[in-house]
Ligand binder design. Sequence first.
Ligand code: GTP
Ligand code: MG
Length: 321
Amino acid sequence: MGGKSTSGYDLEDVDGIGPKTAQMLQSRGIISARHLALFTPEELVDITDMTPDRAEKILRNARELVFGQKRILKGSELVKTMQDMPRLTTGVKSIDKLLGGGLEPKATYEFAGEFGTGKTQLCHQLAVTVQLPRDKGGVAGACAYIDTEEAFSPSRIEAIAKRFGLDPQQVLDNIYVMKVVNAADLEDRIKFDIVKLVEQCNVKLIIIDSIIALYRAEFKGRERLAERQQRLNYILDWLMRIAKVYNIYIVMTNQVLDVPLGYIEVKRPAGGNVLAHAVTHRLFLKKSRDDVRVMEVLDSPRLPHKATATFRITDKGVEDT
Ligand code: GTP
Ligand code: MG
């Protein structure tokens, strides 16, 4: 990491920011005008000694500079920009088809499912396919991998890389694995380190495996549920801000809970309404037989409800059946 921001605008390009303020913001971890534009006035006041008025003014100027006049689009222009955004292949034809051609940027994907349903395997595969060139369904980007469950496996990445004809060492070099210890740490990694990787290291895909484990462990019991949900909402909101502003792909995994429904128990993703509302596309993974798994659309604004795809977990990663 390091070097000049490639986001287009330096902090000093923002009206009202001189060398001293730029230096102060940098010392707080804010690296560019685009990065600054992600913050809310309250957040900025929190990490600096700025007055709320000053913070608000500076942020307005930063947004004006970075997003400029492009914020209002005609419907026809919107169609065009959506068509211009490449889909990211999962490396599995049936899943790509289910997702409308692969993952779309500026959106968040949730893979929820019981243990062993392939959530982590899919994350590993995406950390590789994002590095494929455009004509092979990738975006020639790097991956930031937040591993909250100690499940990241370099040897698995190597096997998948070989299958896609990529150099395993190079592929591993393009995956930035981050360990996080608690929710506050996750917030810092996402607000600062991840943005830096996106701006300076060509990161196009952010993976969080899993989003819920930390929160379930840290905020135990009913009395802390409201606090847990608030914190979860906060981090999901930040991920969405990053996805939209940097036009990148975001994938997270989630655990499931047994929820009583009359006389039976059904499996539902953890995280309650907060996660349900904050995630763009919710996919549910289930075991079928042996190594076969089923992915089902649970909730999505654009994908058909309950549509499914089947896939297999093999020595080479995740494949069509
Ligand atoms: P949790 O994190 O425990 O909730 O599960 P998960 O959904 O993340 O499961 P994961 O993606 O780790 O999938 C585990 C499955 O992949 C198991 O059925 C393993 O047998 C299988 N698997 C993992 N590595 C390999 C491998 O190298 N070869 C083969 N054939 N299968 C593998
Ligand atoms: Mg896992």
